[in-house]
Design a protein around this ligand. Sequence first.
Ligand code: MN
Length: 199
Amino acid sequence: MYKAVILPYNYSALEPFIDAETMNIHYNKHYLTYLKNLNDEFKKQNQRLIPIKRLIYTIDNYSQIMRNNAGGFYNHSLFWKMLKPNKMNNSNLPTGEAKKLINRDFGNYDLFKKKIEEQSKKRFGSGWVWWIMMPNGKTKIIDTPYQDNPLMYFDCTILFGLDVWEHAYYLKYQADRLQYVSNIFKIINWDYINEQIKS
Ligand code: MN
């Protein structure tokens, strides 16, 4: 059975940017349901379990149900780790290699933010916005529909992923996806991103 990532902070830790109720429902209802459905589907089909990243890479060999739930499980497992509390409301600017890559590939941090905000606006309906590094080292912003993950399409390193499903923000932000996206920058875990760049 695939196992849930333990939330690395408590439900209220990301306030005021993400409220405790949203975090609780997001983790316990949405995330754990993707995980349960994925495990149920494996059992039903009597398939051999493979590492989750391998499953994501080879998802075209599996059913749509498997795709949605494997993606939902994997994407959120990454997402929890990509965020961190910021109770002091400091500016949380990028550090280290992440900062260098942002300046090199987007010009500066504000243009990087703007690009992510534009991509979030462009993503009609449910999906994710991603900052990824291609095998040649160049980084870019893309979006995927539903619970699709970039690795379902091509080889890359995932640096950051942003859940833009309504369930990620609706209780606090209602239809204001852009305000949610703008606030997320306050709680990006740059240390986590820098680890991905090195790996
Ligand atoms: Mn979600």
